[in-house]
Design a protein around this ligand. Structure first.
Ligand SMILES: [Ca+2]
Ligand SMILES: [Ca+2]
Length: 81
């Protein structure tokens, strides 16, 4: 099984995540993150979103802010599926 995310640069991933900030409040909600992961062709999107938020949501407000997004990119690049 390949790693789709690792073939994308950090800049491309940042662009994709920012693009999926639908309401442009500079935060990614669970719903926005779900769309982003779907766009990336992720399997088990709901599970992956849950895990990603748990891994990078430093202040536990349930959304990914811009500074948390840089951690999200590192996290996603480490993903295997
Ligand atoms: Ca948003
Ligand atoms: Ca947060």
């Amino acid at each position: 099984m390949g790693n789709k995310y690792s073939s994308l640069s950090e800049e491309q991933l940042a662009w994709i995540f920012k693009k999926h900030d639908i309401d442009r409040d500079r935060k990614l909600t669970k719903e926005e993150l779900t769309r982003a992961f779907n766009y990336l062709g992720s399997r088990w999107t709901a599970l992956r979103v849950k895990e990603a938020i748990r891994a990078v949501d430093a202040n536990h407000d349930g959304v990914i802010s811009l500074d948390e997004m840089s951690k999200l990119i590192v996290y996603v690049k480490g993903c295997r599926t």
